[in-house]
Design a protein around this ligand. Structure first.
Ligand SMILES: CC(C)(COP(=O)(O)OP(=O)(O)OC[C@H]1O[C@@H](n2cnc3c(N)ncnc32)[C@H](O)[C@@H]1OP(=O)(O)O)[C@@H](O)C(=O)NCCC(=O)NCCS
Length: 166
């Protein structure tokens, strides 16, 4: 496969419309009902961490992390992660996840939570949250509730309801 020169950068205000188009194309109008969107709405006061992938000046992928609290523990909700279909399978999803994890670690979160396909995210260190330990505002398929520990043992230690963090 041809190597692409991909850069990962903080999302700027000028990227907003293109990111929205990418998310709309991937998830459709139902995207606003997705858990990550709902959590983001609840945490409006918190600056989310957002990154984009670029090939040259073209924005080809994006990821967002929202600060949350699980009980009193600082954590992040990741999502949505989206890559332009024309650029899939070239490691851009992986690069965005790695940059997100780096930022979440720097911001001293204990873990990153997301709702997604275990088959994809398990390649990136995410594993299933033990049933009943973390509650989200809305129904979630327990098989899709995944977390990446940023502190060793965080997933065993942390339990409670998720709310928008600060
Ligand atoms: C999922 C997504 C972000 C992956 O982006 P990407 O840049 O193609 O990812 P990478 O290049 O890092 O990884 C590609 C690999 O993951 C695999 N993969 C992609 N989606 C997968 C899924 N849902 N389940 C299992 N494996 C998956 C690909 O088959 C590929 O495998 P290979 O390396 O063996 O060829 C992208 O396909 C996408 O935006 N999809 C639509 C939106 C979405 O579903 N987002 C995630 C839900 S929050």
């Amino acid at each position: 496969m041809t190597q692409l020169d991909v850069t990962i950068e903080p999302q700027s205000a000028a990227d907003e419309a293109a990111v929205d188009r990418l998310q709309a194309r991937a998830f459709g109008p139902g995207r606003f009902a997705r858990t990550a969107f709902r959590i983001r709405e609840q945490a409006q006061h918190a600056e989310s961490l957002a990154f984009v992938a670029r090939v040259g000046s073209l924005m080809v992928g994006s990821v967002q992390l929202t600060p949350i609290r699980i009980d009193a523990h600082p954590a992040f909700m990741l999502g949505p992660l989206v890559v332009d279909p024309a650029f899939e399978g070239r490691g851009i999803g992986r690069a965005l996840l790695e940059r997100g994890a780096l930022a979440a670690r720097a911001a001293r979160g204990d873990l990153i939570l997301l709702v997604g396909d275990e088959a994809y995210y398990s390649r990136h260190g995410y594993r299933r949250v033990p049933p009943g330990r973390i509650r989200l505002p809305g129904p979630v398929d327990p098989a899709r509730l995944l977390a990446l520990e940023l502190q060793p043992g965080a997933l065993e230690r942390i339990t409670g309801a998720v709310r928008g963090g600060d």
